[in-house]
Design a protein around this ligand. Structure first.
Ligand code: B1M
Length: 207
């Protein structure tokens, strides 16, 4: 049976098994992969993003829902690639040089995938050269920089300056616990998000 609303509901409930089952059923039922993505997975993840932003749910719930999202995406990704559906854009993300914290960064990456962006995750301890080289090679629309340490957040400025000097046109969004909007403005970032849900909103505003 085709039940796109059910996919969203089970995703919100963090039930990966049921999400996988219903996505498979929808594919068998010849529902377009893009519709399953939009009306099932993304619609559910949007609810999670909004609840997380409003502090109605906490990190463990988000991670469980993100797992459920992945379960559905595993089935859809090859079909979407085959049908040539365009993503919203290319989003490159990493934790800046000297910083090994990756939980928040991974969360932002997952939410972005859920929101329909093609995500490349460069990992942790990424220096400015690597960020900018990858952004140019992948023709990234947005670069996301994460930092959790007051000592490493300064490294974001180096990435922004190098990107501008190299003529990289990607917009740059920054985030991480010690950051503020004032800091982001001061280093010349195009956007700042205090959490993963807000990061999706900022990126979608760039479109
Ligand atoms: Co570290 N650590 N840590 N640590 N660690 C902090 C950040 C700290 C605040 C703890 C403390 O002292 N109270 C402190 C920083 C102090 C400071 O700079 N002001 C600290 C320190 C000092 C250190 C070490 C230096 C400790 C040492 O070795 N002496 C060391 C540094 C290592 C290094 O990076 N070079 C270190 C190491 C570690 C562990 C490896 C043990 C581990 C990291 C494991 C991992 O990430 N795989 C760790 C952890 C877990 C933490 C705390 C406890 C939790 C961080 C976390 O994952 N939060 C943290 C204390 C705390 O925050 N309570 C702490 C959950 C996560 C979902 O939130 O990452 O904030 P967060 O992400 C949020 C937002 O910030 C935002 O969205 C996310 C989701 O809503 N966000 C973005 C993040 N990136 C974004 C990017 C965006 C947009 C939004 O756009 C691109």
């Amino acid at each position: 049976m085709v039940d796109l609303k059910g996919i969203a509901e089970f995703l919100i409930a963090g039930n990966a098994e049921k999400v996988r089952e219903l996505v498979q059923a929808a594919v068998k039922g010849k529902v377009e992969p893009k519709r399953i993505l939009d009306e099932g997975l993304i619609s559910g993840m949007e609810v999670i993003g909004a609840k997380f932003k409003n502090c109605e749910i906490y990190l463990p719930e988000v991670l469980v829902s993100a797992e459920a999202m992945h379960a559905g995406m595993e089935i859809l990704e090859p079909l979407l690639a085959k049908s040539g559906i365009e993503s919203r854009g290319v989003f490159l993300i990493g934790t800046v040089k000297g910083d090994l914290h990756d939980i928040g960064k991974n969360l932002v990456a997952m939410m972005m995938k859920g929101a329909g962006w093609k995500v490349t995750d460069l990992g942790v301890d990424v220096d400015a050269e690597r960020f900018v080289k990858a952004a140019i090679e992948e023709n990234a629309d947005v670069i996301g920089l994460s930092a959790l340490l007051t000592t490493t957040m300064e490294n974001m400025k180096t990435v922004i300056e190098l990107a501008r000097n190299k003529g990289c046109k990607a917009k740059i969004i920054v985030g991480g616990a010690p950051l503020t909007q004032v800091f982001a403005d001061g280093i010349g970032a195009d956007g700042y998000a205090p959490n993963a849900g807000a990061a999706v909103e900022v990126l979608n505003r760039f479109l």
